[in-house]
Design a protein around this ligand. Sequence first.
Ligand SMILES: Cc1cc2nc3c(=O)[nH]c(=O)nc-3n(C[C@H](O)[C@H](O)[C@H](O)COP(=O)(O)OP(=O)(O)OC[C@H]3O[C@@H](n4cnc5c(N)ncnc54)[C@H](O)[C@@H]3O)c2cc1C
Length: 473
Amino acid sequence: MSKDAFLPTTVMWFRRDLRLRDNPALVAAAKAGSGSVAGLFILDEQLLAKSGQARIGFMAEAISNLDASMSTKLNVLSGKPVETVVEFAREVGATKVFVTEEFTPYAIERDQKAAEALKKIGVELVQIDSPYVVKPGTIMNQAGLPYKVFGGFRRGWEPLSEGIKVLAAPKVEWVQLSTKKPVIAANSRIRPRYFGDCPESTPDSLPEASEVAAKKLIAEFAKKSHEYADHRNEPGVSGTSRLSPYLRFGLVHPRQILAEISQNDAGGRTFASEICWREFYADVLFTNPNSRYEALQPKMARLRIDSDATAIQRFQTWTQGQTGYPLVDAGMRQLLAEGWMHNRVRMVTASFLIKNLHIDWRWGAQWFMCNLIDGDIASNQHGWQWTAGTGTDAAPFHRIFNPTLQAERFDPDGEYIKRYVPELREVPAPDCLRPQGGTLLSALDYPPPIVDHGVERAEALARLAELKTEAES
Ligand SMILES: Cc1cc2nc3c(=O)[nH]c(=O)nc-3n(C[C@H](O)[C@H](O)[C@H](O)COP(=O)(O)OP(=O)(O)OC[C@H]3O[C@@H](n4cnc5c(N)ncnc54)[C@H](O)[C@@H]3O)c2cc1C
């Protein structure tokens, strides 16, 4: 018998890395346990309570497919993560629990507590790798400080993202303690603070949540990535990768994507730069944990916002895609129907809420987090802050998207709008792109615009000017 045969089983605690391939933590777990690994996933009530049906539905399928790829030997448990992992490690008789390191404030605290509690029973929490090509907190400017703007971060990131290698799935003897698997369901009691419940229904169709499906998407996208720069802003065509939910749950690592997508053309290079935005925002959150809820630019926190009964009513109209602005409504309805929205339209809908309805960006961010399958605290909150002009980079507040001009530029034939706003299907472009496209629309069952863009744009700029006056006085 080899010396390795006496090594105890190790635990692989899966979280945002629901895959077997290119998973360095799993490779290390298999090595440490001489192939004998007990895989664990813990259903954390606190995280479930913040996720809507769409994200939970996608996650449930991802867990089920991971389980299937482990000969149905994944141990799926419900409970408080720290207590549950300690109890599980004790039962397995493990001396090491392996995880992919995580960097959100919630995960950092959870893992610190887990490491301490495990240590008390003689078990080590081994944190390896990250959900990113470059770990948050790695890239610094010349003064040794984290970058505040994307450009500098990207210049630091690019050399570190070149020539990366991906790992094969290790050979594992999976150890199963319990064959019972809890039913994974959304918590219908989710009650976001500002506006009532998250929708109760799951979207009609969710993308297939498996490593195999992610691989297929990458292969499909690789064939058209050279056109990415030309079409990524057009919501009516399938010009982007749609990989965000897979990255969110780690069904694929960004390394695997970059290894498959050629960066020898403008399309591939622009795509890599979008992957870098994801890494930048994770870095910003790691170095500014409060940026989840607080404006990164403190002065912007004083911008006058509306929160009265009219604002709440307008907010609800926005969530349901009934604003009377076709591109905004199409986006909000796509979110409800699919748990996903095109990036260009995320910017337009967010801008509309903040700068046309004068509502706190955090209301919108929370609605998105509730509904998006790819809902990711770093990308979402900072995507909102970018649009609000409160965050990183040169995204000045006075850049106010005009939803009609955006539709004319990026959806000129109304292909996207007609897909999600059936009331406008019979209306030819360009009328279908406009709030009240002349006499044609007046007969339709489509709501009139809730506000006038021109008037509200001026109002938004007046509110911005108040901040400047304050600063000068
Ligand atoms: C208000 C707002 C909220 C957002 N919320 C989220 C969110 O919760 N989760 C999320 O993953 N992305 C979010 N984004 C970023 C972006 O909209 C999505 O990542 C993108 O639409 C996903 O589609 P895709 O996979 O086809 O992207 P592609 O264009 O194919 O890009 C490839 C990958 O790069 C990353 N990426 C692309 N654009 C961005 C970006 N602007 N910021 C950060 N990462 C990016 C994503 O991981 C994406 O999957 C948000 C953007 C805005 C403006």
